[in-house]
Design a binder for this molecule. Structure first.
Ligand SMILES: Nc1ncnc2c1ncn2[C@@H]1O[C@H](COP(=O)(O)OP(=O)(O)O)[C@@H](O)[C@H]1O
Ligand SMILES: [Mg+2]
Length: 264
């Protein structure tokens, strides 16, 4: 990634096959046990994501989107199957190995921001760097630069309760990116924001993508998914559609016409 934010949100070319594979999932299942009941939240998921892809994951509530994101983010383990990240098989790693991957290769953004309420924006963004070898001055500079990059250079001393929802999400995005992760995972990142603020945040994602960031975003809103270049639709723990966003949109339009509905 270049250190400066581009001012346009024009989409870059679709990643070519030359872009290296960041994520490879092979026949992933995740079964939750609740009492004697077994819930197959993921049921044979295969997926390959390349560097600089911008993917939206969609699907009805309960279709397995968050379970998938938690696995991708090494917050959880699959029941069976293989998950390779940057060519490393994560499936056999212990808790320490997974934590190391989370700290160095994954950036996570949540709907509810998940900021430390009593700490300044700067301290929040510095937090993941505690695991790096940087001294405090370097951590300070990196965190400040990242806040400037997301447009919050004038808010670094503010605590979360002194920030708007959109600003809080920008802090969370800066925190997710400060370790320069291979992949940015965002689970409903605009779910708690009004539509104007959502658009601002989505423009920021567009810019990060234009600078080379690989992004996976979960959403249930078509208008949000339209920012991505590839749309994966899930149902009952499986991927049932995986198309470029143009193809996905064309299919939705065709289906809406077929069933006499207006495509939104
Ligand atoms: N911790 C859990 N324990 C038991 N069942 C769970 C747990 N998390 C999710 N599930 C179940 O797994 C399925 C998929 O959930 P989830 O991945 O959260 O779906 P989505 O994010 O698409 O709404 C649902 O049936 C849900 O009830
Ligand atoms: Mg969910």
């Amino acid at each position: 990634m270049t250190p400066t934010m581009s001012t346009t949100s024009t989409a870059p070319a679709t990643p070519t096959p030359a872009n290296k594979v960041v994520i490879r999932l092979e026949n992933i299942t995740r079964v939750y046990k609740v009492g004697i009941e077994r819930i197959a939240a993921l049921n044979g998921v295969n997926l390959e994501l390349r560097q600089n892809e911008y993917v939206a994951v969609m699907g009805p509530s309960g279709s397995g989107k968050s379970t998938l994101m938690n696995l991708l983010g090494c917050l959880d383990r699959c029941t069976s199957g293989t998950y390779e990240l940057d060519g490393h098989n994560t499936t056999r790693l212990g808790a320490g190995g997974l934590a190391h991957i989370r700290n160095t290769r994954i950036g996570f953004v949540f709907q509810s921001f998940e900021l430390m309420g009593r700490s300044s924006a700067l301290k929040n963004v510095e937090m993941p760097l505690i695991y790096s070898r940087d001294g405090w001055w370097s951590r300070h500079r990196r965190a400040k630069a990242m806040l400037e990059r997301v447009g919050l250079g004038d808010r670094i001393k503010h605590r979360p309760n002194q920030l708007s929802g959109g600003e809080k999400q920008r802090v969370a995005i800066a925190r997710a990116l400060v370790c320069n992760p291979s992949i940015l995972l965002a689970d409903e990142p605009t779910g708690n924001l009004d539509s104007k603020t959502s658009e601002d945040i989505l423009r920021l994602f567009d810019q990060l993508h234009a600078e080379g960031q690989t992004i996976v975003l979960v959403t249930h809103e078509e208008s949000v998914a339209r920012h991505a270049k590839r749309v994966i639709r899930m149902m009952d723990g499986r991927i049932f559609s995986d198309l470029s966003s143009a193809e996905d949109q064309a299919r939705r339009t065709a289906m809406a016409e077929h069933f006499g509905e207006v495509s939104k």
